[in-house]
Design a protein around this ligand. Structure first.
Ligand SMILES: Nc1ncnc2c1ncn2[C@@H]1O[C@H](COP(=O)(O)OP(=O)(O)OP(=O)(O)O)[C@@H](O)[C@H]1O
Length: 432
């Protein structure tokens, strides 16, 4: 939304859905002559028009011809119909004078107001308004919200861009609420509906909880601060950043709020910059139950170290000297290598254990084996009984795999020689 950045008079043409559709001087509907461009929002553009029948200036909001936006226009008309029950002057809401169609566009007719609060604050170089001015404006806004509450409407997108000053030269200034595109009956609020503008939405709206008039109260507080200081209290382009600010200044929302938010995971996860994976890794490393604790190989397989699944590696490429991450990488890589080395070593030992009968003296009742090279050293082994079991196993192994084949080969050889001898004798006898 860049309403506040627009210069009213500098546009001679109106744009709708990205294409030029009306120029200054052309007629909108049957008798509304376009005089100026007033602003543009997510749903459409607002033009200052002259009613050629009454010669009065009006504001006409032309909704973009997108099917979703047309649906939104219908909802706004529905709410405006509800608000007809209120007196706009007494309720500090914009006067609505119905709608008409111009080709594919839906055009809503409003009284012409002066400028939005963003522009009003901006004209004072964002230094903030004196309290004497803040007081009546805040009074009008509270009054407006209270009237909306009386007809069961939640405003849902209160921000300085949606509050208009009636006449900036009047003192004290009067303000009115405009833009009911996101307003809805309190009874029809859908938790998880993402409404409002980043920086002005209440935490419950951001988190996806059910919301009500209390959410408007939150936005009112933010508008009040902006009036007094000239700058938004919670700047940010993402809800995540805003919620972080809120938690810093207001503390964390209570658990029951956090636990029931539809979007809570989005906030718990946070933006994917590697920090989340780092924290998840550390949590697994610091599991107080040793059985639950992550193993070194699992550490190496953790997405924290995986450049494809973890953008934090990309981050580390931008900042290769991140000392903390470098330290973790080196420690875990070294530890992982050691584990692989240990694994290899123990396999090597097993091979030696099985195939080096002359070097290994597995069973020593004194338990004081002194070995050299790669051979097993039981000298410090506290599990002598286990070692004895190994020794028995070793003897069995020799019996089966070493002596038995020799025995079998020997027997076969003797048998073979014997057969040859018998054959020779038979041949010799036959020959005779
Ligand atoms: N009655 C009015 N008189 C004068 N200017 C108006 C009037 N209504 C709207 N404007 C101007 O047009 C801008 C856009 O209006 P509006 O907020 O209704 O549009 P929107 O598309 O619904 O915007 P948003 O994206 O904030 O929902 C306003 O910020 C304001 O500058």
């Amino acid at each position: 939304n860049h309403n506040y950045a627009m210069n009213n008079q500098s546009y001679s043409a109106l744009w709708g859905g990205g294409s030029l559709f009306k120029v200054k001087g052309s007629i909108l509907g049957n008798h509304y002559k376009v005089e100026a461009f007033l602003g543009e929002g997510g749903f459409g553009i607002v033009a200052k028009c002259r009613d050629t029948m009454t010669n009065r200036a009006v504001a006409i909001k032309v909704n973009k011809s997108d099917p979703d936006i047309l649906q939104q226009a219908k909802l706004e008309i529905f709410i405006l119909e509800q608000l007809r029950r209120l007196d706009p002057d007494a309720a500090n809401i914009v006067k609505w004078n119905g709608f008409f169609h111009d080709g594919e566009w839906v055009c809503l007719k409003f009284e012409l107001l002066d400028q939005c609060l963003w522009d009003y604050i901006g004209d004072r170089k964002n230094q903030g308004l004196p309290i004497s001015e803040v007081r009546p404006i805040l009074g009008h806004l509270t009054n407006a919200l209270s009237h909306l509450g009386s007809v069961g409407i939640v405003r849902a997108d209160l921000k300085p861009g949606n509050i208009m000053v009636v006449n900036r030269y009047e003192s004290p200034v009067k303000v009115r609420l405009i833009d009911f595109g996101l307003a809805c009956p309190a009874s029809a609020v859908m938790p998880g509906d993402r409404v409002g503008t980043v920086g002005y939405s209440a935490p419950e709206v951001m988190l996806g909880l059910p919301y009500n008039e209390a959410s408007d109260m939150w936005s009112l507080g933010l508008v009040a601060v902006e009036l007094g200081t000239g700058v938004p209290l919670y700047p940010g382009n993402e809800d995540y950043d805003v919620l972080k600010f809120i938690i810093e200044t207001q503390g964390q929302p209570p658990d029951h709020v956090l636990d029931s938010g539809v979007y809570i995971m989005m906030f718990r996860r946070g933006p994917e910059n590697g920090q989340r994976l780092f924290v998840s890794l550390i949590k697994q490393i610091l599991a107080s139950d040793a059985n639950q604790r992550i193993t070194l190989l699992e550490v190496l397989r953790h997405p924290f170290f995986n450049p494809k699944s973890s953008p934090c590696i990309g981050m580390s490429a931008e900042r290769p000297q991140n000392p903390c991450k470098a330290w973790f990488l080196s420690v875990f890589r070294a530890a992982g290598e050691k584990k692989v080395k240990n694994l290899f070593q123990s396999n090597l030992e097993l091979l030696l254990f099985l195939f080096s009968p002359f070097n290994i003296r597995p069973f020593n009742p004194s338990g004081s084996q002194i070995q050299t090279g790669n051979q097993l050293d039981y000298s410090h082994c506290r599990h002598k009984c286990l070692c004895s079991t190994f020794a028995i196993f070793q003897y069995c192994f020799y019996a089966v795999f070493f002596f038995a084949p020799i025995y079998i080969i020997g027997l076969s050889a003797i048998g073979g020689i014997n057969s040859i001898y018998i054959l020779q004798r038979k041949t010799a006898w036959l020959g005779k």
